[in-house]
Ligand binder design. Sequence first.
Ligand code: MIC
Ligand code: SF4
Length: 648
Amino acid sequence: MAQNIVEKILAEHILSGKAEAGSEVTIRIDQTLTQDATGTMTYLQLEAMKPTKLATELSVSYVDHNTTQIGFENFDDHKYLQSIARKYNIHFSRAGNGICHQVHLERFGAPGKTLLGSDSHTPTGGGIDMFAVGAGGLDVAVAMARGNFTFNYPSVTRVLLKGKLEPWCAAKDVILKLLQIMTTKGNVGAVIEYGGPGVKSLSVPERATITNMGAELGVTTSVFPSDENTHAFLTAQGRSDRYTPLEADPQSRYEKTIEIDLSAIVPLVAQPHSPGNIARVADITGLKVDQVVIGSCTNSSYHDLMIAARMVEQHVLHPDVSFVVAPGSRQVLRMITDNGGLSALIGAGARLAENACGFCIGNSMAPGTDSVSIRTSNRNFLGRSGSKSAKLYLTSVETAVASAIKGELYDPRRLGLAYPKIKQPAHFQIDDSMIIPPAKGESTKKESTVEIFRGPNIGQPPLNDPLPERIEGSVTIRVGDKITTDHIMPAGDKLKYRSNIPRYAEFVFLPLDEKFSERAMENKNKGVANIIVGGLSYGQGSSREHAALCPMYLGVKAVIAKSFERIHIANLINAGILPLTFDHENDYELLDQGDEVVMENLPETLTGAKELYLFNRTKNIKIRLKYMLSHQDIQFILAGGKLNYLRK
Ligand code: MIC
Ligand code: SF4
């Protein structure tokens, strides 16, 4: 039978379950990646599983998020990660080598492979035809220890690309267009497969910009075919041996098809405070700009940086704009250094930021009060930049630089410049000296002699209690639709507490309610369970399992929402927190902050697939709830989380 690309890759990797949309399957994972902000907890959980050997073909630990190093915490954590990498035969990409997704694409990504990463933008790897999925740290630890990952077999949406982009219109505008069509909610369980004649006009880094922001659609991942452009990219990276062609068979089937004519794409912008709030750049006039930032895993490739360099070569930047450039990797930085691109940028007044996440996660370059920041990154959630009143607009590099030149959000087509032609180099500059490979022979030793470095910031992975008979508690907070993990567990200057759950838990829901953590702790100390009530698409955004672990630490026992996003619901289950939905969405209105509630006979109800009710004592009403949990999920919840279950 004709197969699409997703079906082909999954057929090669499926270990158990039915290849049917929505049914639970377990697949073999070839590669994993972690980054430092989720990595410390991932490896603490890996250690707790006591594996003797890793089950993956390749695992890489990157340091790219927490590189600001104010205080001792980050550096200590990096040392912990480096010692763990040595112990478990993991490649270690040192601080300074670049953003995990960019470096992985350059140095490790390979068509047809599966990749599980403890970062929601792991699907960047789909640009090189990997089935690359973001997950919580514990799931990545399990993939390293056991070589597999369990998820719902996806439904495949085809995005058929026709035509070719016009000058000044970029890959970023294509994904912003798709965000306009599909929005950021309601896409859980889908995978996007790109196809059609337009694919050939896009290079691997351009494809990676598109698959990167599939994360914002909420899809499981996105993939491009592997073709001559994939071959050219791998060859230029000195890795042509990793090339295998992979295309969809003619007549293969898709759940649905969306057609995009690339030649009709125009510069677009995601306005505050959602990547799905799309408008045409040309339709927004007179928006004064205070800051422009080029970078992040979405737009920090050699191609992106060179577009910026060529544009500013021909112009002086607007004096009211602070212009920041953060290359994606050491490879990109060295290449633009050697070819004069960097000099052009600095000559124009660019501030060079580290080739790391930095500004994107809000731990540097925070914009000022009420200011407007144009960024090439992927998320513009309220407060994410580190400045609550700032307004973040997400655009292509072309639009961002045009805006830096003009001092206002500006359609690059109006600059009247010749569009810079940036050719993919025949050979990228290859220098892997900042990637420490696994020590030869370490894996064959029975007892590793590697000593693990643990600074005072490194805690223990928190554990939940087994699910009780009844949950008696209070609605500690009720939040609205599209609550992101940045709302639940802010990053920015708090990021350094990622390895220290009790400390980090002090900031749960900080952007929404400064008193939440205190209230939850008080309840916990009185033996009252905390219940969170959420709206649609609860837990959008990042893969950070801290958005489940910290609430769990504070005694949150259940989250009742209108709907959940994929990674976050998995993280809640892993933490032993019950994720529940309303039978009638309007019942959301029947639960207010402070209401006293009770749920009874929980283990029996879940294992017997019985109806679940919550009794709201304050309002004296019974509310019917739903749970979409697999047999396996229920086992994890009964045990008080996946780690408890696995250790038993
Ligand atoms: C993000 O972009 O929000 C992050 C920081 O990369 C997160 C991971 C994290 O919170 O550490 C992600 O996207 O998963
Ligand atoms: Fe880093 Fe930003 Fe990409 Fe997250 S989205 S991995 S913080 S660059």
